[in-house]
Write a protein that binds this ligand. Structure first.
Ligand code: XBP
Ligand code: MG
Length: 250
């Protein structure tokens, strides 16, 4: 049996808050306009581009696809502007937590389970957002896209969060919103609960410990539910490993 659950590591975009459609997307579009770039990402186009993690890489890839010269240099400037604009949205209180998330965080803290954050986003807006949504002192470790060499689906951001917490993967649980994020967390050896949103519903969440559409559904996600999901996932995994070792599972 795995050790008891000691920490929960939250993704940010789409997980702590539904940031993409009405937060990052308008910030990207305003940045394009300020740089005189004739690009505007509508809701559907942005949803397709979300398969590219990291706002700067997302801009560069789309500018290259459109045949716009100097895509990489342009992406640097546009992303810097976008980051400033999005940080302003955060500090103005325009980004709110997903319903039920604050209650889950409080229940985890009351149960003595530590909180951490592992995101692709940039620290300059992640820190104020985590502070506003969860209270910075209640989050032990924040790892962002600025702190890693490889972005999700690479597991590095979760590996660093576990190292910062000083707990093994088997004593932690990840909470994600997307297939890309699930792959990153699973790659770090973590049991993962997925809470889908408008952009990620219908993605492939094979291997998740649980898939929910909301924190505050008929059975709200609380510390007890996180412990149960963590326990069941590890029990299934050790059972699978036992069957494989006996040659009963190929
Ligand atoms: C989602 C991302 C981020 C955001 C934009 O991050 O891929 O790139 O879309 O933020 P998460 P930046 O891992 O939290 O789901 O422009 O700062 O990259
Ligand atoms: Mg996410």
């Amino acid at each position: 049996m795995p050790p008891s659950l000691r920490a929960v590591i939250f993704d940010v975009d789409g997980t702590l808050a539904d940031t993409e459609r009405d937060g990052h997307r308008p910030a990207f579009n305003a940045a394009f306009a300020r740089h005189g770039v004739d690009v505007e990402w509508d809701v559907a186009a942005y949803g397709r581009l979300l398969g590219i993690t990291g706002g700067r890489r997302r801009i560069a890839a789309d500018l290259r696809a459109r045949g716009i010269d100097g895509a990489d240099e342009l992406a640097d400037g546009v992303h810097r502007t976008k980051t400033t604009l999005f940080r302003t949205m955060v500090t103005a209180g325009e980004i709110t937590a997903r319903p039920g998330l604050p209650e889950l965080a409080a229940d985890l803290a009351a149960a003595g389970i530590r909180l951490a954050v592992a995101t692709t986003g940039r620290r300059s807006w992640v820190e104020p957002l985590v502070g506003r949504l969860l209270g910075r002192d209640s989050v032990a470790v924040v790892v962002t896209g600025d702190d890693v060499a490889e972005l999700k689906p690479d597991p590095e951001v979760y590996v660093r969060a576990l190292a910062g917490l000083g707990v093994p993967a088997c004593a932690a649980l990840a909470v994600e919103d997307s297939e890309v994020g699930l792959r990153a967390a699973t790659g770090a050896g973590l049991a993962t609960v997925v809470v889908t949103n408008g952009y990620t519903a219908g993605q492939d969440f094979t291997g998740a410990a649980a898939v929910l559409t909301a924190y505050d559904g008929p059975v709200p996600l609380d510390a007890g539910q996180c412990r149960a999901a963590h326990r069941v996932w590890w029990a299934a995994r050790s059972n699978e490993e036992e069957l494989t070792s006996k040659g009963e599972l190929t």
